[in-house]
Every structure is written in structure tokens, then in C-alpha cells.
Design a protein around this ligand. Structure first.
Ligand code: ADP
Ligand code: F6P
Length: 455
């Protein structure tokens, strides 16, 4: 570790954006924070490699450096596809039934944390602060401490924290809390997640509250708090206003459009959404040809079986609904498996009368915030939001639904289609205010203000 005077931020995330124009809320958030303090962003290069190496990316004039590492195929399979996305992801999203417990996954997960720690140590300075992102990297602080790193290290969890019943399904639940105890600050998206963490820690490890945000966990003192992530609202608003016409779906303008934008993940509730739409068309034949549904869902984590299954299930269901209701002039569901540039998405959100954000479990859900930011304030659309999205804790002026109940969702769709302009504007104004006030800079600066050594 070298000793220098200026304080820097070191961000570590599983994915490191390397393109010229990376989009996505998390990327923008972290670029903001790093731009302000200078520092290094460290993450996986994205491609498994037979000869893993590390690469420093320096761009002229950039306020921070990027340091990427490759992973061997074996590490990628056990750490990323395995423990991160076949064990922890289903567990944290209430799907312990999909969880795979494989000893090699856990070994690979620990091994990669050690490898990242080895890579980091020579780049660290004594006055750095380290900010670790998400569930893929829980053991990183412990691995860094083992190597003598004593600077403040924070963790932010972007996804839900599991309650005690789910945590107990881990092969060795107490290890999770041991890992977490090496951080100085644990950040959660919602009060719900902080509550789940406290309950689980109390039942499955050594835990004691000290005061409002200080805790003792496995013999160490640290802080824990709620920091709901936001979007770059002003950039999104500007992008939606400028979205070119040709990027919009002109062919849908006759029918009012509902839009869903998600990774094709079983936690997003896409089949449930399709069934609710099917129920709407079944019970309201007057809406045939009057409403269409655009679902954009690029496939993700395709090496994991549960993701292959959700792709098959959703394609099958969309095909069945289209076969049942399509007319010569109208296709009820357009199901597109492609990512789109942020400006195009912004234009599509703006054109949609309804934004459907109905996950079965979700840390926050940035699409809910993007949909609101993209609306025309004079004629806004209606957000239909699952009560299980972290966003529902603050976005209470949306139509809040239970995604497991197709009738309730179909009724919300009908209500949104019939909603008066006055009511739409009232709800939208309240939602937009929250999206603007609690934006991405608000999130990162609130978090970083608290990331300091625990006395
Ligand atoms: P998650 O992190 O689980 O994927 P979020 O809703 O919080 O869910 O964030 C998803 C991000 O990915 C949003 O910024 C959204 O705009 C972006 N995104 C989702 N689908 C697409 C797509 N098809 N094309 C481009 N960006 C997408
Ligand atoms: O928001 C949750 C999250 O897992 C992030 O950590 C991740 O960058 C994003 O979803 C996309 O997942 P993946 O990197 O596995 O494609």
C-alpha cells in the first residue's frame, strides 16, 4: 500500500462498464461519485478467459481509472453463474426452491474474492475509501482485512436482503454475517431490507444494536442504514423530451400502449404480467385492438437453467396470448429480447400510457423511476407498481398491485386506461418530485457521507 495525501474512492463491482457511452442507473451513479473524488473502479472485464489477466484503462482527462480483471471459465462458472446467481440471487429473491447448493460454487466465490483482494492491494493508498457493490462481492472486505487493509470499506446491496427463514437455507448462514462484519458501513435499499438483515443477524449470528445506526456484528462495530438508489433524473427527463420520432413505435399509436422493460429474470414477474393482460382481454372485449403491450426483456444469465426456463415460459405464454386474441390489424403482445439505447427507451416510456413494473421481488427497480422521469408532465402515463419492488416504499402514488393476483392487476390496467387526466397529473407530479429529489447523486452523496471509520 502506498502512502499519499489525497483521498480517493475505490469502487468495486462485479461488472465494469468499459464502453464509451455506458448507460444504466448504477453506472451513472458510480461515475458521478468517482468523478467528484477521483479514484479507481475495479470490476470483471465481462469475458471468461483461458489466460486471465488484469488491465488498467486510462482515458485522457478522466477523473478516475478503470481496472478490469478477467476470470477463468472455472471461476466464472462457480463465482458468477454458480454462487452469485444460482445460490444467492434466488435466495435473496424469495426463490429458495431454485437455489443450488454446490460446494464448488462457494469455493469459487471465496476464491474470486481473494483474487480481487490480491489485485487491489498494490493499488490502494492509506487514505482511500472502498465502496463494494452488491451480492457478488460479500466476502471482499474480509479478504482485504486478511491482507492488512484497514481503510474504511462500505458495502451497498442492490437486491433484497433475505429474512431468517431464507437465510437459514444457506449451507453455512453464519459465514454471510462474518463476511458482512468486516465492513464499516452496510447500505440497504429499503427499510424492509434493513429490517430483514437485523432479524436474520439476530437469529443466525452474534448481533446487538448499539444506537440508531451502529451495530455490533460478530464482535465488530459497524454502521448500517437505508440508502434508496435513484436515477440521473435530469438527464433522463432531457433524453425523453428529445427522443426522436423514428424511435417510437408509430404502428402502435392507434392503440394505447403498456410497456414493460426488464432483464428476462424470474424475479421480474413477466409471466404473471402476461396472464393479467390475458385476463384483461378476456373480461374486457371492448379493449381488443384498443391496448397493446410492449415487453422489452433482453435475456440474461443464459448459462443458468432457471433463466432458460423463464425464457421458454414467457415465449410460450406470449405466443398463446397472441394466438388467442390477435386480429389482422393488431398483435396484443410485442415481446422483444434486445437491449436498447437509453434514449430509445426514454422515448418508448414517454409514449406508453401505462408503465408495468410488477416484479415478484426487487431491490429497488430503476425502471419505475425512469418511466416516471420520461413522462410528458402535461399528459403523463400511469405507473403500475408491484408492492414487492423496493420502489413501492416511496412511490406510493403509483397504482400499487400484488403481482401474484391476476385479477387485481387486470383491474389496475383497466383503471389506468380509464384514469382522468387530472388524476394522472396529480399522481405523476407527486412521483416525479420524489424521483428528482432522491436522484442518483443524492444516493451516492448520502452513502459516502456516512462511509468513514467507526470510532
Ligand atoms: P435490475 O438491476 O435487476 O436489472 P433495475 O430496474 O433496477 O433492475 O435496472 C435495470 C436497468 O437496466 C435500467 O436502467 C433499465 O433502463 C436498463 N434496462 C433494462 N432493460 C433494458 C433494455 N432492454 N435495454 C436497455 N436497458 C435496459
Ligand atoms: O441490480 C442487480 C444486478 O445483479 C447488478 O449487480 C447487476 O449489475 C445487474 O443486476 C445485472 O446483472 P448481471 O450483471 O448479472 O447481468
Amino acid at each position: 500500500m502506498t502512502s499519499q495525501t489525497s483521498s480517493r474512492l475505490v469502487v468495486v463491482s462485479n461488472r465494469l462498464p468499459l464502453g464509451d457511452n455506458p448507460s444504466g442507473g448504477l453506472v451513472v451513479a458510480l461515475e458521478d461519485a468517482l468523478g467528484a473524488s477521483g479514484g479507481v473502479w475495479i470490476g470483471f472485464s465481462g469475458q471468461p478467459s483461458e489466460a486471465p489477466a488484469d488491465h488498467l484503462h486510462d482515458h485522457p482527462g478522466a477523473r478516475f481509472r478503470r481496472l478490469s480483471f478477467d476470470l477463468s471459465q472455472e471461476d466464472h462458472d462457480s463465482y458468477y453463474a454458480g454462487y452469485s446467481n444460482s445460490t444467492l440471487w434466488p435466495l435473496c429473491h424469495g426463490r429458495a426452491d431454485l437455489m443450488r447448493i454446490v460446494p464448488e460454487y462457494l469455493e469459487g466465490y471465496r476464491r474470486v474474492a481473494g483474487r480481487i483482494a490480491d489485485l487491489m492491494v498494490p493499488h490502494l493508498r492509506q487514505d482511500d475509501r472502498i465502496w463494494v457493490q452488491d451480492y457478488q462481492l460479500f466476502p471482499l472486505a474480509a479478504a482485504l482485512r486478511e491482507r492488512g487493509v484497514s481503510v474504511p470499506i462500505g458495502h451497498f446491496l442492490h437486491i433484497p436482503f433475505p429474512g431468517p427463514a431464507d437465510c437459514a437455507a444457506l449451507p453455512n448462514p453464519s459465514e454471510l454475517f462474518q463476511w458482512l462484519s468486516h465492513y464499516d458501513l452496510l447500505g440497504f435499499q429499503t427499510r424492509r431490507d434493513l429490517g430483514a438483515f437485523v432479524q436474520s443477524a439476530r437469529q443466525l449470528s452474534q448481533f446487538q444494536p448499539i444506537d440508531r445506526d451502529m451495530i455490533r456484528l460478530c464482535g465488530r462495530t459497524l454502521r448500517a442504514g437505508v440508502f434508496p438508489i435513484g436515477i440521473d433524473a435530469s438527464a433522463f427527463i432531457a433524453e425523453a423530451r428529445q427522443a426522436p420520432d423514428e424511435d417510437r413505435m408509430r404502428s402502435l399509436t392507434g392503440a394505447r400502449m403498456m410497456i414493460g422493460v426488464d432483464r428476462l429474470d424470474y424475479s421480474k414477474g413477466i409471466p404473471q404480467r402476461f396472464r393479467a393482460y390475458q385476463m384483461l382481454l378476456d373480461t374486457r372485449p371492448d379493449l381488443i385492438e384498443q391496448v397493446s403491450f410492449l415487453q422489452i426483456a433482453p435475456p440474461t444469465r443464459g448459462e443458468v437453467e432457471a433463466y432458460q426456463d423463464i425464457r421458454e415460459e414467457t415465449e410460450h405464454l406470449a405466443g398463446r396470448i397472441n394466438g388467442q386474441f390477435a386480429t389482422l390489424n393488431w398483435t396484443p403482445i410485442r415481446f422483444i429480447h434486445r437491449p436498447f439505447p437509453r434514449a430509445v427507451l426514454a422515448g418508448l416510456y414517454r409514449q406508453a400510457r401505462i408503465g408495468l413494473v410488477t416484479p415478484l421481488a426487487d431491490g429497488m427497480n430503476l425502471v419505475a423511476k425512469e418511466y416516471v422521469a420520461a413522462q410528458d408532465v402535461a399528459d403523463p402515463g400511469v405507473l403500475i407498481l408491484s408492492r414487492f419492488a423496493g420502489a413501492a416504499e416511496t412511490m406510493t402514488d403509483a397504482l400499487i398491485v400484488n403481482p401474484h393476483d391476476p385479477q387485481e392487476m387486470a383491474e389496475a390496467m383497466a383503471e389506468a386506461l380509464a384514469m382522468s387526466s387530472v388524476e394522472r397529473r396529480r399522481r405523476h407530479a407527486a412521483l416525479l418530485q420524489g424521483v428528482i429529489e432522491q436522484d442518483v447523486s443524492w444516493w451516492s452523496s448520502r452513502y459516502l457521507d456516512r462511509l468513514r471509520p467507526v470510532q
